[in-house]
Write a protein that binds this ligand. Structure first.
Ligand code: SAH
Ligand code: SF4
Length: 352
């Protein structure tokens, strides 16, 4: 039995509530009325659901706790990007980044505290793995924002925060259902993107889902040797196998490609990336390297990034240059937490 309704597919939560209200001899409309308060018009606690009789609210609080994420710090960038650090009940922390762009508000969410995969350029990877998030902790990152300001509700969600979503598939799968269901958060499947380094068995699970969730593959290298030097997962799931699984996905995919000076940004790299994108009909997102990963890696200079993108475009592949957002607040994956750890250490070890 699950600890909270917030972990369950909305339909399943409704079934639980129907059974529970029936068992108490409550009128049949109550279950739906209570259910609305999970996702459609969420409340932070049952006490706030003032359309319900007070004794019922008390019973609900005992029977169906509504666990919360605690917003520990919130930073706002000069470009409007907002970063949240969520403290979890056991003291772990994860972050989300809200990126407004015109009418769109994209929320980048975390699926794990830390990450086991150790990609050399990634700050989260340097933290190591702490634990998987529960479904409610994943979707809670959206829920908390809606609770604070309903108008801030994200229009798009990307699993590009901390962690590897496909190594936490059961919880991520439930989270996808809650995000998308019209009686959940009601965000269109095409507006929800799962980003992965390519955990092949879970890619097949995601492919089996009937909804049109988007898949982004963090490629970052165009030869197995180079990929291995940047991403240790290459030893377990090689590039060829990942690309085969991507082909079997049968929906449009995106390649994510972080440009690192002198490592993966040559003309030959651009040509190989173009070829792969063509073969798979993939979109390509080129990302400037954010600081925070392994020391000694430098971002590709802007003119070289432009030349790289131009070279791909000239060969018929649209490579989108992702703007760096929120740089002034370190809004790249995992950075805030790492920074906090450092600060804590600085306090613990005062300089002589
Ligand atoms: N683990 C998943 C999802 C989280 S990482 C994955 O790797 O796909 C989300 C994205 O941020 C990935 O594309 C990742 O490569 C990128 N990323 C990680 N570190 C980065 C850095 N230092 N600069 C820019 N992008 C980075
Ligand atoms: Fe983990 Fe993704 Fe970072 Fe690699 S890039 S260490 S998979 S979070």
């Amino acid at each position: 039995m699950s600890a909270t309704l917030l972990d369950l597919a909305p339909k399943e939560a409704l079934a639980r509530l129907q059974k529970w209200t029936k068992g108490r001899g409550l009128p049949s409309y109550r279950a739906g009325q209570i259910h609305r308060r999970l996702w459609i018009a969420p409340v932070g606690s049952w006490a706030e659901a003032t359309e319900l009789p007070a004794p019922l609210r008390q019973e609900l609080a005992a029977a169906f706790p509504l666990p919360r994420l605690e917003a520990q710090t919130l930073q706002q960038s000069t470009d409007g990007t907002r970063k949240y650090l969520w403290r979890l009940a056991d003291g772990e922390a994860v972050e989300s980044v809200l990126i407004p762009s015109g009418k769109r508000r994209t929320l980048c969410i975390s699926s794990q505290a830390g990450c086991a995969l150790g990609c050399v350029f990634c700050a989260t990877g340097r933290m190591g793995f702490r634990r998987n998030l529960d479904a409610w902790e994943i979707v809670g990152q959206v829920r908390e924002i809606v609770l604070a300001t309903p108008d801030d509700k994200p229009t798009n969600v990307v699993f590009m925060g901390m962690g590897e979503p496909l190594l936490n598939w059961p919880a991520v799968s439930s989270a996808l259902t809650i995000l998308n269901d019209p009686t959940g958060l009601g965000i269109g499947a095409r507006h929800i993107t799962v980003s992965t380094v390519g955990i092949v068995p879970a890619m097949a699970d995601l492919a089996k889902r009937p909804e049109q969730f988007r898949l982004a593959i963090s490629l970052h290298a165009t030869t197995p040797e180079l990929r291995r030097s940047l991403m240790p997962i290459q030893k377990k799931y090689g590039m060829d196998e990942v690309l085969r699984a991507a082909r079997a996905f049968r929906k449009r995919i995106t390649f994510e490609y972080v440009l690192i000076a002198g490592r993966n940004d040559s003309d030959a790299d651009a040509d190989r990336l173009t070829k792969l994108a063509r073969e798979l009909g993939a979109h390509v997102n080129l990302l400037p390297l954010h600081p925070g990963g392994a020391p000694g890696l430098a971002p590709t200079p802007a003119p070289r990034i432009r030349a790289f993108a131009e070279r791909m475009r000239n060969q018929g592949v649209e490579a989108v240059l992702r703007r760096s957002r929120g740089l002034d607040i370190d809004a790249a994956c995992g950075q805030l937490f790492v920074e906090m750890e450092r600060r804590k250490r600085a306090v613990a070890e005062p300089t002589p």
